[in-house]
Design a binder for this molecule. Structure first.
Ligand code: FAD
Ligand code: NAI
Length: 471
């Protein structure tokens, strides 16, 4: 049994953990990072959910399926005649796996370059300074500070065990080897809509059942309404106020019992995706051994500097809840590392971008109109439609709108909401504006290149004071 000692041990090498480990090392600390993820050859595969079965593989499939739908539905508008196109799911999946492998190998390289000692295995607490690693061999290591960054896992329904064949979670939906005939999706959240987009573009019939009575309740209402219409035009039917009560798995299909305001009905699907949220992953950590407290939902509780109830034990990323996003976890990792080195790391939770990678993409940061009304804040609104942008017209992608919300008294930007092409990239300017506490006037005075989609941000900022030029 080794018993090496470090300044910091980070448990988990997802975007929260590996970023924290690297930043700690940059700041001169000796760091160990432990992760249990293995690839199919049982080799370490750091990068967490995000790189292995989350952000990256989902975007690889979204991009592949987007190209396919462009070829089938839009190429001819550009004068490109492709008589026959066929999707080769095996090749598409191989490409996705290669993208994942390249990036997880990159994380290994980054840890090494920064002299973070990486351990492949499962970590559990022995005491508040010591962690046991169980992998090919067993060893214990110790540190003054221990960071828990063990992420999250899918929430499961008791009556619907995941078999990754007919009843699948996001990991199963990312690994399908052929286009499902009819994909049933429980939950019209981020995963549900992204996976519905991938497989419907490739030819699957898709039905989505959502428990609540609103489509994307956290999204600005105008944007959510537009998204619902656009996705429904693409064949993604979302049924609101719907509950899946039971599912019977047969050899070739799944018989799903659904209840809505009209009563109960049954529908056969070939695959059923359960995408109803994620829960903290604390399994196997032996938190009891150190008495780290979790809340009623299982997330680890921390103070505003990410320290748990136990001195020297910290937690960041999905395992503490909040926005379960890679970039939120990474920012916590950086801020915590800086805090551990005596600096003043900070995360501005009010300026976190959200993106749903449907097409058009949906992106937002800051408050929605409904939240501003709840907070009783007076605001001005500026909007600009993509159809009035030269670049969007040239691209042949002109559905959607950009919307700014600014304080009626100070003109400070309070929210930015986009549905449209490349919203995932455009949102960065809005986030910068929120972070820097800019006013709509600041953006209105900023010169944007022509012809670009970013001119829509300029025009929406102008529209806050009713002076948009092109609409
Ligand atoms: P994780 O990435 O979950 O990493 C935790 C790591 O801890 C894992 O590698 C795990 O092996 C390790 N671990 C756990 N327990 C132990 C233990 N006892 N010992 C050793 N190691 C352990 N977010 C975005 O921002 N953008 C997206 O586009 C996006 N797309 C997504 C798509 C899907 C399908 C899914 C499921 C999620 C997506 N997310 C996305 C969310 C994103 O993946 C998470 O927010 C992010 O991965 C959380 O990072 P983390 O480091 O907290 O945890
Ligand atoms: P989610 O919270 O986004 O959506 C879950 C949906 O399921 C909600 O609309 C909820 O009302 C509904 N639901 C819950 N129980 C239900 C039931 N029994 N029947 C029907 N509907 C039910 O969770 P999701 O999609 O699982 O994603 C988890 C998290 O992963 C996201 O919140 C996000 O943080 C992260 N993620 C981020 C992505 C991105 O940034 N683009 C992509 C994918 C995931």
């Amino acid at each position: 049994m080794d018993n090496s000692s470090y300044d910091v041990i980070v448990i988990g090498a997802g975007p929260a953990g590996y970023v924290c480990a690297i930043r700690c090392a940059q700041l001169g600390m000796s760091v160990a990072c432990i992760d249990q993820w293995s690839d199919k050859n049982n080799k370490p595969s750091p990068g967490g959910t995000c790189l292995n079965v989350g952000c990256i593989p989902s975007k690889a499939l979204l991009d592949s399926s987007h190209h396919y739908s462009f070829i089938n539905d839009h190429a001819s508008e550009h004068g490109i005649d492709i008589s026959e196109s066929e999707i080769n799911v095996t090749k598409m999946q191989q490409r996705k796996n290669k993208v994942v492998k390249t990036l997880t190998t990159g994380v290994k390289g980054l840890l090494k370059k920064n002299k973070v000692e990486f351990f492949h295995g499962s970590a559990s607490f022995v005491d508040s300074n010591t962690v046991k690693i169980s992998g090919d061999t067993e060893q214990s290591i110790s540190a003054n500070s221990i960071v828990i960054a063990t992420g999250s896992k899918p929430f499961e329904l008791d009556f619907l065990p995941i078999d990754q064949k007919r009843i699948i979670d996001s990991t199963g939906a990312l690994a399908l080897t052929s286009v499902p005939k009819h994909l049933g999706v429980i939950g019209a959240g981020v995963i549900g809509l992204e996976m519905a987009s991938v497989w419907s573009r490739l030819g699957a019939k898709v039905t989505v059942w959502e428990a609540v009575d609103q489509f994307l309740p956290l999204v600005d209402k105008d944007i959510a309404n537009q998204a619902n219409k656009m996705l429904s035009k693409q064949g993604i039917q979302v049924q609101l106020s719907c509950k899946v009560l039971a599912a019977e798995v047969n050899k070739n299909d799944v018989k799903v019992t659904v209840s809505d305001s009209d009563g109960e009905s049954q529908i056969d699907v070939s695959h059923l995706l359960v995408a109803i949220g994620r829960v903290a992953n604390t399994q196997g950590l032996a938190l009891d051994a150190v008495n780290v407290v979790t809340n009623e939902k299982g997330f680890i509780e921390t103070d505003d500097q990410w320290q748990t109830n136990i001195k020297g034990i910290y937690a960041i990323g999905d395992v503490i809840g909040g926005a379960m996003l890679a970039h939120k976890g990474s920012e916590e990792g950086v801020a915590l590392a800086e805090h551990l080195s005596g600096q003043h790391g900070h995360v501005n939770y009010a300026a976190i971008p959200w993106v749903i990678y449907t097409w058009p993409e949906i992106a937002w940061a800051g408050d929605t109109e409904q939240v501003l009304k709840e907070k009783n804040i007076q605001y001005n609104k500026g909007q600009f439609p993509f159809m009035a942008l030269g670049r969007a017209r040239a691209m042949g992608d002109s559905e959607g709108v950009i919307k700014f919300l600014a304080d009626a008294n100070t003109d400070q930007l309070l929210g930015v909401h986009i549905i449209g092409p490349n919203a995932s990239e455009l949102i960065a300017e809005g986030v910068l504006a929120l972070e820097a506490e800019l006013t709509a006037e600041d953006l209105a005075r900023t010169i944007h290149a022509h012809p670009t989609l970013s001119e829509g941000l300029h025009e929406a900022a102008l529209d806050v004071a009713d002076r948009a030029i092109h609409f």
